[in-house]
Write a protein that binds this ligand. Structure first.
Ligand code: NOJ
Length: 583
């Protein structure tokens, strides 16, 4: 979504702040302990996880029925995509009532049962907070759109039609990429950075902010353990509505993430809500290092973690919507993105590590190799990468069994508003629709949203009704049941890797240093804390590849490998992932 963003060079790092450890290198490493730094977060897309009532859509009772499975993974927290009342035009990112559960997913009683079920198993629950916009079916917008004198009119951004056409604003999910929609009863245009059914909330209005804080407190008082903050970087707008500044060069997402009062609002939210609870917060924080770091620098008292888009949006052709470069992605440059973001949070703040989520295709297809002969090895290799970075791992449901892209052929097969609006834009410009659909087989969001593959029965055991998105036909072999008792399965490797991270604090807090930086095929690095040093080797190719670690691995202890016999001579087997302890 944020593919047009330019990332600026690293800002100078401050040299000192409170909780730091001097490592062998001279820079100072932040090692202040927090539960959310040590946690592995498992993301559940409720629509696609487990359907208990046969309506084809996953639900809370479905999640409840899988609590023991989730516990068996060894994860510490879950992030649930939005389950609030919503017309579901953007699958819950269009909320019409923030304080209730969508009947599609269940009731508040189901929610309480689920929350208790997680807590009883020692698992924390993070909810999605969509605070930049709501649904046009929210009661605030329904009232606001009737009359300019409604008390809710100023809960949204309007441009009165008597002033003529509003100044152009780009929209992310609009057929015409136009961010204003005319509303007849008020003779004014409302702003929508996303789809026209997602009007932007007016954070300039203190009454709106207080209503939002009240709603957040309601969930926290129920015992929710944290929030993932959707599109939070967009909440502040320059309401003088200047022409879009030329210096952004068309990177309007970056402009939207630079609102004048953004951090005043996040700090206020921290003061009024977050600081009163022991919760974890993670921002969807678009932009460069300097912008993202502001959310998580502890001294600023805003949020805990942020995720950026530079690594996940890597390898798409510039200026096009998620069009994969036919030459693949340049591993050397990609590794440097990780180096850059690791150093961004070396002294302050904390990052996240993810290779897939509901806005992304399946990690196996995008970053590994989904051919049957490489599915197992490359899924395990990517799992190793996610769980060995100095950042909180966010692991997407289904990746633990090596699910892959469904690769639809026809536009009619898609459900996703982002894809459909971008298709309409390409069509309107007379673009190459065949090429567009080919690209989408790799990159579209629906690839990551197909139902969880539980077993080899009808609908992959997802539910008895026709699923809202088709099940990937590889479910007869790629499913949880088939992998449960197979000690060499992707699933059991994930469980083992979780244990490895838990047993080796160095993987959470230890310094990250790249090895063999210019190696075009292998991602190699060390993690060091105190006297412990681990070497992580990941072969990203389907051939044997060499790596130069300058360490004698023949004497090193093997912590884990995705091969029965790990290579110790500096040549790695296809998609090999091995972690060595070298002292
Ligand atoms: C980001 C969410 O992750 C995505 O799924 C959604 O469509 C947009 N924000 C709009 O809320």
């Amino acid at each position: 979504m944020m593919r047009k963003i330019i990332f600026l060079p690293i800002v100078a790092l401050a040299l000192f702040s409170s909780c730091k450890t001097k490592n062998k290198n001279s820079t100072i490493l932040s090692t202040e302990k927090k539960w959310w730094k040590e946690a592995t977060v498992y993301q559940i897309y409720p629509r696609s996880f487990k359907d208990s009532d046969g309506d084809g859509v996953g639900d809370l009772k479905g999640i409840i029925s899988k609590l023991d499975y989730i516990k068996s993974l060894g994860i510490d927290a879950v992030w649930l995509n939005p389950i609030y009342t919503s017309p579901q035009k953007d699958n819950g990112y269009d909320i019409s009532d923030y304080e209730n559960i969508n009947p599609l997913f269940g009731t508040m009683e189901d929610f309480d049962t689920m929350l208790k079920g997680f807590h009883d198993r020692g698992i924390k629950v993070m909810m999605d907070m969509v605070l930049n916009h709501c649904s046009n079916e929210h009661k605030w917008f329904k009232a606001a759109s009737q009359s300019r004198s409604s008390p809710y009119y100023n809960y949204f951004h309007w441009w009165p039609a008597e002033k003529g056409e509003p100044p152009y604003r780009w929209s992310i999910f609009d057929d015409k990429a136009y961010g204003w929609e005319y509303n007849k009863p008020t003779n004014s245009y409302y702003l929508h950075y996303f789809a026209d059914f997602q009007p932007d909330l007016n954070w300039e209005n203190p009454a709106l902010r207080q209503d939002i804080y009240k709603m957040m407190r309601m969930w926290l008082d129920k015992g929710v353990d944290g929030f993932r903050m959707d599109a939070l970087a967009f909440i502040s707008k320059d309401t003088t509505w200047p022409p879009l500044p030329k210096e952004y060069n068309g990177n309007w997402g970056l402009y939207y993430a630079s609102g004048p009062k953004l951090h005043d609002y996040v700090q206020e939210m921290n003061r009024e809500v977050l600081s009163k609870y022991d919760v974890a917060t993670v921002a969807e924080a678009m932009g460069d290092v300097a912008r993202v770091k502001k959310f998580v620098d502890e001294d600023r008292k805003e949020l805990n973690m942020a995720y950026h888009f530079e690594a996940i949006d890597f390898g798409y052709l510039p200026g096009e919507y998620k069009m994969p470069d036919p030459n693949g992605f340049d591993l050397v440059k990609w590794k440097n993105v990780y180096v850059k973001w690791d150093s961004a949070f070396i002294d302050k703040g904390w990052g996240t590590m993810y290779l897939g989520n509901h806005d992304q295709p399946r990690m196996l297809t995008r970053w590994g190799n989904d051919a049957p002969e490489y599915r197992v090895a490359s899924s395990k290799m990517l799992t190793t990468l996610i769980l060995t970075m100095r950042a909180t791992p966010y692991y997407y449901f289904g990746d633990e069994i090596g699910m892959s892209n469904i690769k639809f052929d026809r536009v009619e097969q898609y459900n996703d508003v982002e894809l459909l609006t971008n298709y309409a834009q390409v069509k309107a410009k007379g673009g190459d629709l065949k090429r567009f659909l080919e690209g989408m087989k790799i990159s579209s969001r629906d690839n990551g949203r197909t139902p969880m593959q539980w077993d080899a029965t009808a609908n992959a055991g997802f539910g008895s009704g026709q699923p809202w998105l088709p099940v990937n036909e590889n479910y007869t072999t790629v499913n949880v049941e088939a992998q449960e008792n197979d000690t060499t399965s992707v699933l059991n490797y994930f469980r083992k890797m979780i244990r490895v991270r838990k047993e080796n604090e160095v993987l959470v807090y230890g310094r990250f240093s790249l090895l063999d930086a210019n190696n075009p095929d292998v991602f190699a690095y060390t993690r060091e804390l105190g006297d412990q040093k681990l070497v992580v080797l990941l072969n990203f190719r389907s051939e044997v590849k060499k790596v130069n670690t300058e360490v004698d691995l023949t004497k090193a202890k093997i912590i884990i490998s995705n091969y029965a016999v790990a290579s110790t001579d500096g040549s790695l087997q296809p998609y090999e992932a091995t972690i060595f302890q070298v002292n």
